[in-house]
Ligand binder design. Structure first.
Ligand SMILES: [Zn+2]
Ligand SMILES: [Zn+2]
Length: 220
């Protein structure tokens, strides 16, 4: 935030992928929007987007909403739903993750650039592959779940490098990604196998893909 000059007070829209604590903590939102920490501009609505379980969780925050802040607006997202604002087009699709958390991932487009933010998800579910097939586009950047690192097993709710490569191959076959697409592994867990940057690097290098690192900046 400091390095890129981003003013968090100017953020008006937050897209939440699912209701797990590492992606959505209404306690943190409530506290960090409090006057001790932030100075939100009055009058400009703050928008949250997410599935029903996400909005139910956020509802508790809205109930405790204080007059000093602008009432947050909760926008329900579901598989295949697209919202448009300020030149952005954001579509949510079904993720394969704990179903009770309402898992979605996002395809975010502005102008000629498209980002796929695929967290948390295992190998995409069939309805999402069908959506991608019937709504073709070119992705410039894909951030993909690699919680399990180089674990050969399939956890069913996250991915490892093996499954990432299967996703990459299928997306390439469909024309959604090509050599110009940055394919970046993300969301590593200390429970994964060979998950440290030096351990993953040789596998990634051989496949022309990247891992997310602190302070790494991608131009796309
Ligand atoms: Zn999760
Ligand atoms: Zn997570």
């Amino acid at each position: 935030m400091a390095e890129n000059g981003i003013d968090l007070g100017s953020i008006r829209r937050i897209f939440i992928t699912h209701a797990h604590e590492d992606h959505l903590s209404e306690f943190e939102i409530e506290n960090l929007r409090d006057s001790c920490y932030s100075h939100p501009k009055k009058g400009e609505p703050f928008n949250f987007y997410g599935s029903k379980p996400v909005l139910e969780k956020l509802g508790k925050y809205v109930e405790r909403f204080t007059e000093r802040d602008t009432l947050p607006v909760l926008n329900e997202m579901s598989h295949g739903r697209t919202v448009e604002f300020d030149g952005y087009r954001v579509t949510s699709v079904h993720a394969k993750h704990s179903e009770n958390t309402g898992p979605l991932f996002y395809i975010i487009n502005k102008g000629d650039k498209t980002l796929m933010y695929c967290h948390d998800t295992s190998y995409f579910p069939d309805d999402t592959w069908e959506y991608l097939k019937s709504h073709p586009f070119h992705a410039d950047f894909i951030s993909i779940d690699c919680t399990a690192g180089n674990d050969p097993r399939d956890s069913g709710s996250h991915m490892s490098v093996n499954q990432n490569l299967k996703v990459r191959d299928r997306l390439t076959e469909m024309g959604i990604m090509d050599d110009s697409t940055i394919f970046c592994l993300n969301h590593f867990s200390h429970n994964g196998y060979d998950v440290l940057p030096d351990e993953l690097e040789p596998i990634l290098k051989a496949n022309g893909i990247y891992q997310s690192e602190d302070k790494k900046v991608f131009e796309f």
